[in-house]
Design a protein around this ligand. Structure first.
Ligand code: DAS
Length: 434
């Protein structure tokens, strides 16, 4: 049943407040313009899409709120400006209540975007493509693949660059996943999220989008990056390497920090100045033709070491025939050894079963090392691959992508080698001053 039939059958229409059961949760919200899933504006102000076949026991609580678009603005293309495409996947950046009408809407056509952020029209001609309306905690490998396919289609359309609106919780995973999938990306592609929805005074959505559009329009950057607030004030946004970025705070607007790296550049939304921190020309070239490599192996895991860990948890991956596992070790890359090396032996059995095992550190900053301590040597000698200064989240995505596109031996070779900026050849003293 498609959305139209679903609405007709259940006597639903935009603007109604409804409740329903969804995967064991009770959901309440206002129906807003939808395309495939049923989109609701939740009481929290977030927008979210719901799969029709999982919606049960619908109740109509009240009829129409005045739903509809705010004042629509006339869109005129400026031939002197580049075209920038905005892809929508969901998250806080896709949430908005329009107080001028009291209505809510979220179907992300160009009209909506330019109504919400009219300043964008002075920077570029904006195209808008709806991909999904998901909270990013729900993103899966299949969603990462879908984003890569849509982006590849847009690259063929000669757009100057692409901005991907995305929830912040898994934005780092998603940006890393796109980085690995697009080899020799010929245009700028920037992920943008926001910690505060655009209907709040302190929202970061508008500035993040404006800085990203400036950077995409005004530079010859080639590749993927993340654009988020650089500090808690509104001075500038940071352009960040997608395989080195981590959400370091649950709510601050400058939550995204580069780990073992500096930003690529800073963008000032008022002066429009772009301050390069890294060597600009490093990011203006590609080393070959553009390729989309978008296979992933799903039987890959990530496990954090801690004093209560048991061999049983490692044995699970062997029993379930996992093909890859990233261990987020303590310090320089340790696991417990335990009596008679029992823990090491369990990891060895997992490796001997055909699972590629990589090691990162839960210290976040700095890098792992396979030789400093005897215990580290025990792990590297059984075949654990030490992943230098790679983030655990990036290592998980990279291992899944390598196993999806390369042989096991090629994967073991490439896991600890730098491909997309995920590994630096020496660790900078990690500060946030730049
Ligand atoms: N739930 C969060 C997400 O979609 C909201 C946000 O921060 O964008 O990641």
């Amino acid at each position: 049943m498609d959305l139209k039939e679903f609405l007709k059958t259940n006597k639903l229409k935009e603007g109604q407040t409804i409740t329903f059961d969804y995967c064991g949760n009770s959901i309440e919200g206002i129906i807003i313009p939808s395309k495939t899933d049923l989109n609701l504006k939740l009481n929290s102000g977030y927008n979210a899409g719901f799969k029709l076949n999982k919606i049960k026991n619908i109740k109509i609580m009240s009829e129409n709120k005045n739903v509809g678009k705010a004042k629509t603005i006339q869109i005129t293309k400026n031939p002197k400006l580049p075209t920038v495409t905005i892809l929508h996947t969901g998250g806080t950046i896709a949430s908005r209540i329009d107080y001028t009408t009291g209505g809510v809407y979220a179907n992300f056509d160009t009209q909506d975007i330019l109504t919400m952020f009219p300043e964008l029209a002075k920077i570029a001609n904006i195209e808008s493509v709806f991909v999904s309306n998901m909270m990013s905690e729900d993103m899966s490998i299949d969603d990462f693949k879908k984003i890569a396919i849509v982006v590849s289609e847009q690259i063929k359309k000669e757009t100057k660059g692409i901005i991907i609106g995305h929830g912040t919780d898994t934005l780092g995973y998603s940006a890393a996943a796109l980085s690995f999938q697009l080899e020799n990306c010929p245009i700028p592609i920037l992920f943008v999220g926001s910690q505060r929805s655009s209907d709040r005074g302190s929202s970061d959505a508008g500035m993040n989008l404006i800085c990203a559009t400036e950077f995409v329009s005004k530079t010859n950057f080639k590749g993927i990056a993340v654009c988020m607030h650089n500090s808690t004030n509104d001075d500038d946004c940071a352009i960040l390497i997608p395989t080195k970025v981590k959400k370091m705070h649950t709510s601050r607007r400058d939550a995204f920090k580069p780990i073992n790296e500096t930003p690529i550049a800073l963008v000032n939304p008022k002066t429009k100045e772009i301050k390069w921190i890294k060597e600009k020309k490093e990011f203006e070239k590609t080393s070959g033709e553009f390729k989309l490599l978008n296979k992933f192996e799903k039987k890959v895991g990530l496990i954090k070491m801690h004093p209560l860990i048991t061999e049983k948890e490692i044995e699970f991956y062997k029993k379930e025939k996992y093909l890859g596992l990233i261990i987020e070790g303590t310090g320089l890359g340790h696991t417990p050894i335990r009596e008679n090396d029992s823990f090491i032996k369990t990891i060895k059995e997992l490796i001997d079963s055909g699972c590629v095992v990589g090691m990162t550190s839960q210290c976040i900053n700095g890098r792992v090392h396979p030789n400093v301590y005897t215990n580290l040597r025990k792990l590297s000698s059984i075949g654990v691959i030490y992943c230098e200064d790679m983030l655990s989240e990036t290592a998980l995505i990279k291992l899944s992508w390598l196993l999806g596109n390369y042989s096991k031996n090629e994967t073991k070779e490439m896991l600890s080698k730098n491909l997309r900026g995920e590994i630096t050849n020496f660790t900078k003293i990690n500060t946030f001053e730049y």
